[in-house]
Write a protein that binds this ligand. Structure first.
Ligand code: ADP
Ligand code: MG
Length: 254
């Protein structure tokens, strides 16, 4: 059997050539991306298996409501088949509650409910530590045009509404998240689709259930980060690997 070709290895995933042209296999590793405070965080055992399931769950759900994503189908515990896309060199962040850079750089107190979702762009370049950029930079340097950006915002806001609702349904606040968007061609038409992954590695999740329990002793307790987030999110959504004894809920078919 011919060995399949590795296309790219990043911090969290490996991409292999897919079985048909225009497809890729995405393999989810247990490693996590370096952060400002930790250049090489320890792998989280089993994270890749859960993120493969979780990203499948969110992307298949988006496909089902007409938000186009790269997800085609899950292949096994750690791999899924996706459409190959030409990824815009941007990370698109949507914020609902203040945290992270909004707090550190702009001084908005953590946890503040934002008056409306805020969409931000970061230039995807690890050597530059993914700096924040404005639409002006993106258009001037040809990373995307204005029409693309209008489509990106529309896509990001639909993803936000879907994810916020799904999370709220299981007692979780989606403070913010990031996505990557890529181009695919259908005949002469180009469209933008959600690519990469949607998982706890790309979402800031706060536990409303734990906060409600704490509030009984400590009125007004603010929600904080989810403990054991990969396992706990998978458990609440009923998205568990098949080797677990409880029957997993059927996933949405796209
Ligand atoms: P990184 O460390 O660069 O974030 P990851 O470990 O997350 O890398 O690996 C995923 C890589 O694959 C990213 O560079 C991402 O942009 C790219 N990618 C994700 N989905 C697709 C797709 N559908 N087509 C092409 N490239 C993709
Ligand atoms: Mg990545």
């Amino acid at each position: 059997m011919a060995r399949r070709k590795k296309v790219y290895e990043g911090s969290a995933k490996i991409l292999y050539e897919g079985p048909e042209p225009g497809t890729l296999i995405q393999y989810f590793k247990d490693d996590t991306a370096p952060t400002a405070s930790d250049a090489q965080p320890a792998p989280v055992e089993g994270k890749g298996v859960l993120n493969n399931r979780l990203s499948e769950f969110f992307m298949a759900g988006l496909n089902a409501i007409g938000v186009p994503t790269h997800f085609i189908r899950r292949v096994n515990m750690r791999e899924q088949l996706v459409r190959m896309a030409e990824i815009l060199p941007l990370q698109i962040v949507v914020r609902n509650f203040a945290a992270g850079e909004l707090t550190e750089k702009l001084g908005i107190p953590e946890g503040t409910a934002l008056p409306r979702p805020i969409v931000e762009y970061y230039y995807k370049d690890d050597r530059l530590s993914n700096p924040m950029v404005a639409e002006e930079h993106i258009v001037a340097f040809g990373w995307a045009n204005q029409q693309d950006l209008d489509d990106v915002v529309a896509l990001a806001l639909r993803v936000n509404d879907f994810l916020s609702g799904v999370m709220l349904g299981v007692g979780i606040r989606l403070a913010d998240f990031r996505i990557e968007v890529g181009r695919v061609w259908e005949g002469d038409f180009m469209r933008l689709i959600v690519a990469d992954e949607i998982s706890p590695d790309s979402c800031r999740l706060w536990d409303l259930r734990a906060a409600a329990e704490r509030s009984e002793l400590q009125p007004g307790a603010e929600p904080g980060p989810m403990a054991d987030v990969y396992q706990e999110l998978a458990r609440r959504l009923g998205v568990m690997p098949s080797n677990v004894t409880h029957p997993a809920k059927p996933t949405v078919i796209n």
